[in-house]
Design a protein around this ligand. Structure first.
Ligand code: ZN
Length: 244
């Protein structure tokens, strides 16, 4: 960590291949639900699929673009249009079942129950639910269950490679606990939820500032930039990573 402080690696270039379909909080509908398309080793992942996401994918002709979908947790602003997307990909696009990646056994089990209730069995017509690590060895999950909402399963995800690493926090009430242990990863980009008011469900910007000051290449999402106080130094994805 000390070498990080003396030689910050924070840099704007090269930007990782991530485009946010929206970057708002749960009720910032005008900013879109927080979700992103990320291309890694030639494969495109959709991260989360809230209720504004499927319409956005249709509008941008991107319904067929992701090869797999990562889910951080089961709130509607993260899965609210997932069944519509899976139906579209199955019935209209005639795609094979979509790999759905979820980072804990409980998250996978609840995701299966939820989708089977909405879409009918066998769910395997539409989707195959897997651990991210079982899908691609460069993916790593961090169990953040209970840190966003009590008793709610959730996960953060790390995309790894020798030259670029990317952490996506999902929603979490504090900085991702694994964050300090990732300090030595080369070219680490961190996309973290951020809140500008005190809440147990999202990371307050003042708790993220120490990481930012240590040189972490940290970007905030799941917020309204209009609410950012003047002393917030953390850059927000809205200015740089939104899909045009
Ligand atoms: Zn949430």
């Amino acid at each position: 960590m000390s070498s990080r402080s003396s030689t910050p690696i924070r840099s704007l270039e090269p930007k990782p291949p991530i485009s946010f379909l929206g970057a708002g909080g749960a009720h910032d509908v005008h900013l879109g639900n927080s979700a992103a398309l990320l291309t890694w080793e030639g494969e495109t992942f959709l991260i989360d699929c809230g209720f504004t996401v499927y319409p956005r994918l249709v509008q941008k002709n991107l319904v067929e673009k992701p090869q797999a979908i990562l889910i951080t947790h089961l709130h509607d602003d993260h899965i609210g249009s997932l069944s519509a997307l899976l139906y579209h990909r199955h019935f209209l696009s005639k795609l094979p079942p979509t790999p759905l990646l979820a980072g804990t056994p409980e998250l996978r089990q609840k995701l299966h129950t939820y989708l089977a209730y909405l879409m009918g069995e066998p769910l395997e017509r539409f989707a195959t639910i897997l651990a991210p690590e079982a899908y691609r060895p460069y993916l790593k999950s961090f169990d953040t269950s209970g840190l966003h909402m009590p008793h709610m399963p959730s996960a953060a995800y790390l995309f790894t490679s020798p030259s670029l690493n990317l952490l996506y926090s999902g929603d979490i009430g504090k900085p991702v606990p694994a964050l300090p242990s990732l300090a030595t990863l080369p070219m680490l980009w961190v996309f973290h939820d951020v809140a500008f008011h005190r809440t147990p469900t999202h990371a307050h910007y003042t708790e993220l500032i120490p990481f930012y000051e240590q040189g972490y290449n940290l970007w905030g999402y799941h917020c309204d930039p209009a609410q950012a106080p003047p002393d917030n130094p953390i850059p927000l994805v809205h200015s740089t990573f939104l899909l045009g």
